[in-house]
Design a protein around this ligand. Structure first.
Ligand code: TRP
Length: 361
């Protein structure tokens, strides 16, 4: 069976380092591994509209931001098809058929949907489109016969729901769809990177994100004002590394080589943590080190983003071509789905014959 990747992001803002360690970095590695027959990366504008119906302009503006972030990270349009969800209308038709295979109570139990409903204060008035987006996400994945879905850990319930839909579809209508598997980071810290303020979630409204588009100055300023251990007041005080955002980011980003380059008094992160816990190591020093580590990782991304920023019309053109290719692929799956459901009436010579005989006989 062909190995195929499908994944994507909602274009509601620029992508940040949480997206990067949570999934983007892995996608680029998988792309460059050469182990996949086809890679589709989708800008999920239709899904973004499910909770932004009154603000389509926000989505419209952010499509290019997400595309720039993708290209900046090293997704290569020669190897990967990048496309826009709404330009593939087959996805909505698939969703409509899959809706019949899912119950309301099953959707209500989806932990990610539950959590998002709470965060958006939707409890009393959930838009139907938002409530059913896990079904449309199953359509996104299956339309491309994806075997592999690299995503952030919060998306696991979506993939599980998609797998259930596939099994149900195949059981009712015969073997047609491919059951996907999620790929999440092995490093648990990368699965859920906190905001710079130590809050569990990075969000634009909290102003606690480091964006891939941030300048070196913005990055430095954000790192130097990161939340650490509030009880670590004097350098000589023993400090706590758990819940200390600087150490959490180091857990996500730093490798032993970084010590040789930027902080050679320590052999590795364990040695740095030990000193911090004992006392005698100041926050400014660990923040400067983190800044160097992040700068090493993010500077090439920033540069590529600036370079692509000079080629905007080309990016729209590659999105257009990608969307056309994605549409053609999804159309093939939709044809299989209609055939499996036997709603392909006009291709069905047996049906016409059967009904003719019934009426003549
Ligand atoms: N739900 C994803 C997000 O919040 C975006 C998305 C839409 C997606 N369809 C998908 C991810 C299919 C993986 C596979 O960013």
């Amino acid at each position: 069976m062909a190995k195929i990747i499908l994944t994507g992001d909602r274009p509601t803002g620029r992508l940040h380092v949480g997206h990067y360690v949570g999934s983007l970095k892995r996608r680029v590695e998988l792309q460059n591994s050469g182990a996949f027959d086809k890679i589709f990366i989708m800008i999920a504008d239709a899904q973004a509209l499910t909770d932004n119906a009154d603000n389509p302009e926000k989505i419209r503006q952010n499509i290019i931001e997400v595309a720039l972030d993708y290209l900046a990270c090293g997704l290569d349009p020669e190897k990967t098809t990048i496309f826009i969800q709404s330009q593939v209308p087959e996805l909505t038709e698939l969703s409509f058929y899959y809706m019949n295979l899912v119950t309301v109570s099953r959707l209500q139990r989806n932990p990610t949907v539950k959590n998002e409903i709470q965060m958006r204060n939707f409890e009393t008035s959930i838009p139907v489109g938002f409530f059913t987006y896990p079904i449309s996400q199953a359509a996104d994945i299956t339309a491309f016969r994806a075997t592999t879905v690299p995503v952030g850990e919060d998306q696991l319930p979506m993939i599980e729901q998609a797998r259930e839909i596939v099994r149900k579809f195949n059981q009712v209508y015969g073997e047609t769809l491919v059951e996907p598997e999620a790929v999440i980071p092995e490093n648990v810290t990368c699965q859920r990177l906190p905001g710079t303020d130590g809050k569990a979630k990075m969000s634009k409204s909290l102003g606690n994100c480091i964006y891939l588009a941030d300048t070196a100055e913005e990055l430095k300023q954000k790192v130097m004002s990161m939340y650490t251990d509030p009880n670590h007041i004097r350098v000589s005080d023993p400090g706590c590394v758990e819940g200390n955002t600087v150490f959490t980011y180091l857990d996500a980003f730093c490798k032993d080589e970084h010590f040789k380059k930027y902080l050679s008094e320590y052999e590795n992160l364990d040695a740095l943590k030990e000193h911090y816990q004992k006392g005698g190591l100041g926050d400014v020093k660990i923040k400067r080190f983190l800044n160097a580590v992040l700068e090493e990782e993010l500077a090439p991304i920033r540069e590529r983003r600036l370079a692509w920023g000079k080629r905007i019309p080309e990016i729209y053109e590659l999105l257009r071509k990608g969307s056309m290719e994605a549409q053609a692929t999804a159309a093939q799956t939709l044809a299989d789905v209609r055939r499996a459901m036997r709603i392909n009436y006009f291709e069905d010579a047996a049906l016409i014959k059967e009904q003719t005989e019934r009426y003549q006989g």
